[in-house]
Design a protein around this ligand. Structure first.
Ligand code: CU
Length: 483
């Protein structure tokens, strides 16, 4: 919700806000995460076949529009999408390809597209200043000069990204390469995209987005978990390896992904591509905007068995998150199949970045008395046109996200680069298995300081921000210019 709209619902005009801080503070006193009403994820049977978004090339048109989809029942409800139904197609390109995509905006509001994870020119990146108005078309044209990986696309508007994404505007953007092909990873029907999103819904399935002030702080969590727009989905699998390409496309919800039979699985990639080595894990905590590339070996399971992808509890990400374990989707082991796939010992080497002592520190705070947004980076909320940081083209820098005094998790995303995670101190105190490759979004838990290192190869104006979309819309975003 736009802050000015939110203030109206509290009964304050923005003009009266500065003089009514006493009223505002008494209204908010005692408000903390412990008070946040966190909806419990609904139980139910996993009876809906998993929908798979259609795949298109990098020469296409995306029509952002009002459309409809059956979500909770057989009857369709209004949603947003980049075509017919919720979400958008999976765009699949190869390293070296030229991409030419028209965004046709048929929404009643302005929109744009941010290509999350793509290293492309600043004027194609979907900066919040680059709006595509109703009934206008924008031609996104760029070439793909990066390693294979799972990226995604979504609107990027200051103050209303969360609403458009939650209503359905998001899709996957997969980059392939010959190097990746040489690994002979499971492909075709054995490579399955999973866009995990939580939604708050009316009983007919209509998606609701109207966060309260507490939810702007804690994140707007939904009681329904959808995968690729499918509620309570199942997938029939055979006794072999599958590759799952997972996006946490939720506005705020963090998942602690695991398998219900406690089986180990292999992380082979994260935001920016394939890891140097497969990492055997039992669970991965994934924040909003982060991606995960995993291999699951169903040959260890019996035909007739059902195993769930689930989210376990966790207690490291603030009081609103992780309180409840829940199932996300079911895998029905249906067919016996021999598998020729062998897990490689090594995957794709990740080049080292030059070491650097150029360091910037970004302190993440929440300021409930703020007359602007509550979520601040170095004491500031987002302001269009103000350049907050200037970076030299070609330089390598260390950026530290300091959440040591915070009590909410912040998945911090930097546009226009891929970074390496250099250190995490406090909190979980480690670089986690899925953080050992290229990343563009890093989950910074309460109590943590995380340092990332990156080389700025593209000039122009970009943003970096928290990918908890309620926090982002509240202003937790700054501009930086590379020149
Ligand atoms: Cu945040």
């Amino acid at each position: 919700m736009k802050r000015k709209v939110f203030l109206k619902t509290l009964g304050f005009g923005s003009a009266s806000l500065l003089t009514s801080s006493g009223i505002l503070s008494s209204c908010m006193s005692g408000m903390n995460h412990g008070d946040a009403v966190v909806p419990q994820v609904n139980a139910g049977l996993f009876i809906n076949p998993l929908k798979i978004p259609k795949t298109v090339s990098g020469n296409t048109s995306l029509v952002a529009q009002n459309t409809s989809e059956a979500l909770l029942s057989a009857s369709k409800v209004n949603v947003l999408g980049y075509g017919d139904g919720i979400l958008g197609p999976t765009i699949r390109v190869k390293k070296g390809d030229n991409v030419n995509i028209n965004l046709i905006n048929k929404l009643s509001d302005h929109s744009n597209i941010h290509w999350h994870g793509l290293k492309i020119p600043a004027d194609m990146d979907g900066h919040p200043d680059q709006m595509v108005m109703t009934n206008e078309t924008f031609n996104y044209k760029f070439s793909i000069n990066q390693q294979a990986g799972l990226n995604w696309y979504h609107p990027h508007l200051h103050e209303s990204t969360a609403e458009q994404v939650t209503q359905g505007l998001a899709g996957l953007f997969i980059v392939e390469s010959d190097q990746e092909k040489s690994l002979a990873l499971p492909s075709g029907e054995f490579e399955v995209p999973l866009i995990i999103q939580d939604k708050r819904m009316a009983s007919d399935g209509t998606i609701k987005y109207n966060p309260t002030m507490m939810e702007i702080m804690s994140g707007y969590l939904g009681e329904n978990i959808l995968v690729n727009g499918t509620h309570k989905p199942f997938l029939d699998v055979s006794t072999r390896f599958y590759r799952f390409r997972i996006l946490n496309g939720s506005s705020a919800r963090i998942y602690n992904l695991s398998l219900s039979n406690s089986a180990e699985f292999y992380v082979i990639g994260s935001d920016g591509g394939i890891l140097p080595l497969p990492e055997k894990v039992k669970n991965v905590i994934l924040g909003s905007g982060e991606r995960l590339d995993i291999l699951v070996d169903f040959s260890t399971m019996k035909v007739g068995e059902m195993v769930f992808l689930k989210s376990e509890t966790f207690f490291t990400m603030g009081n609103a998150q992780g309180n409840q374990p829940f199932e996300i989707m079911a895998f029905n082991v249906k067919r016996l199949e021999s598998d020729t796939f062998k897990l490689p010992n090594a995957l794709i080497p990740v080049p080292k970045l030059p070491s650097t002592s150029n360091k910037r520190v970004f302190t993440l705070i929440m300021d409930m008395m703020s007359s602007e947004g509550m979520h601040k980076i170095n004491g500031k909320v987002y302001k269009s046109g103000r350049i907050d940081e200037t970076v030299s083209l070609g330089s390598t820098e260390l950026w530290e996200f300091d959440n040591s005094t915070g009590d909410e998790a912040h998945p911090m995303h930097v546009h226009g680069v891929m970074f390496h995670v250099v250190s995490r101190t406090g909190g979980r105190n480690a670089i986690l298995p899925h953080e050992k490759g290229w990343k563009d979004t890093i989950l910074v838990a309460p109590g943590e300081k995380v340092q990332v290192s990156m080389t700025f190869e593209i000039k122009g104006k970009f943003v970096f921000h928290c990918h908890n979309l309620e926090h982002e819309d509240d202003g937790m975003m700054l501009n930086f210019e590379v020149k």
